[in-house]
Design a protein around this ligand. Structure first.
Ligand code: NAD
Ligand code: UDP
Length: 345
């Protein structure tokens, strides 16, 4: 089996870090992205890190004809499908756009995999499918709950579409990776997260507040039933998360899958509270963050973290980076975005 990989959404946050890992592992990458939530300049960052410029095609995964042109070139052995819209709040306001984008894109990809005999796919799923588990940590057997948002529902539906397709068509293998909370940037600070507008996620809000772009970080709720009263998440370094995709592809190409559709939790196994993130960020970067504690955010899960042992055992994949390194990289990347000289760091 060849090493050509089509990476949809490859100029995005997780996609770009994964492309770096893929190139470093010897894969030949073609990126397709419609640039709805990323910038083509990311390709320069990837090239600067790896010395290799991946092929880039600007196309929309909802456009099956545009996608088919890429498949017809015949260099694709596997697919990593990241392309999706991901803003939870926006999905509540625009559910049809979210269902249309996230589900049609997947259907197109699977249809073309069948038509062009491309057997392997890794799919970006999310721990959001677990909702608030009754028992922690969450394993892959933790029941999936009704989604809190249309975005979350697209992940659940896409997993189901993949499961049913793999079963019915026989020619496709798939691995769904259920990501916990990815944070941080490449240690070079040449690629990182590029949030558009006011960030919804904690880490970009933290770094933008530290940089003075946002006045104050709101910490949503201190009255949760957790040791310090703040919400708990499993924050996974973006480079570690990226490496999990290479491990998943290797498993497929080496014929090591136990079932034709497998699911893995990709997290550290450590629950960290929002306040612990804030305090650790301040400590490792030697600064003080302007924050205030406000009321709970609607729809927030109180606490979730992963049991990653299935991924550890089966993929040989482990979260390796410390929270210190990750929070350093997040700040370094923010400084670079702000044009601050980081060359001596
Ligand atoms: P991102 O927005 O940075 O990357 C997604 C990329 O897909 C963007 O570059 C965007 O331009 C592109 N895209 C969107 N719709 C497209 C379409 N129809 N055709 C072509 N390109 C399209 O987001 P990310 O954080 O890198 O997320 C990648 C994947 O991981 C998504 O599927 C997301 O739902 C999933 N995920 C993300 C998180 C997270 O916290 N970041 C957690 C769990 C799962
Ligand atoms: N959070 C916060 N302030 C923010 C953004 C997030 O206190 O400005 C908290 C949020 O309540 C949650 C945690 O940080 O407990 C992670 O939130 P994020 O939106 O990054 O991820 P998700 O809720 O999807 O796990």
């Amino acid at each position: 089996m060849g090493k050509g990989v089509l990476v949809t959404g490859g100029t995005g946050y997780i996609g770009s870090h994964t492309v770096v890992e893929l190139i470093e592992a010897g894969y030949e990458v073609i990126i397709v992205d419609n640039l709805s939530n990323s910038d083509e300049s990311v390709i320069e960052g990837i090239e600067a890190i790896t010395g290799i410029r991946p092929e880039f095609v600007k196309a929309d995964c909802r456009d099956i004809d545009a996608l088919e042109k890429i498949f017809k070139k015949g260099k694709i052995d596997s697919i990593i499908h990241f392309a999706a819209a991901k803003a939870v709040g926006e999905s509540v306001e625009q559910p049809l756009e979210y269902y249309h984008n996230n589900i049609l894109s997947l259907i197109n990809i699977i249809s073309l995999m069948r038509r062009h005999n491309v057997p392997n796919m890794v799919f970006s799923s999310s721990c959001t499918v677990y909702g608030q588990p009754e028992v922690l940590p969450a394993t892959e057997q933790t029941p999936r709950l009704e989604a809190e948002s249309p975005y979350g529902n697209t992940k659940r539906i896409c997993e189901d579409i993949i499961r049913d397709s793999v079963k019915a068509y026989g020619s496709i293998n798939a691995i769904a990776l259920r990501y916990f909370n990815p944070i941080g940037a490449h240690p070079s600070a040449l690629i990182g997260e590029l949030p558009r507008g006011v960030p919804n996620n904690l880490l970009p809000y933290v770094t933008q507040t530290a940089a003075g772009i946002r006045e104050v970080l709101s910490i949503f709720g201190d009255d949760y039933n957790t040791p310090d009263g703040f919400c708990i998440r499993d924050y996974i370094d973006i480079n570690d998360l990226a490496a999990a995709h290479v491990a998943a592809l290797d498993r497929m190409l080496d014929g090591k899958m136990k079932k034709s559709f497998e699911v893995f939790n990709i997290g550290t196994g450590q629950g960290v509270s929002t306040m612990e993130i804030v305090k650790t960020f301040e400590q490792v970067n030697g600064l003080q963050l302007n924050y205030r504690i406000t009321g709970r955010r609607e729809g927030d899960i109180e606490a979730i973290w992963a049991d990653p042992s299935y991924a550890n055992e089966e993929l040989g994949w482990y979260a390796r980076k410390s929270l210190y390194e990750t929070l350093r990289s997040a700040w370094k990347w923010q400084q670079r975005l702000c044009g601050i000289d980081i060359s001596d760091e």
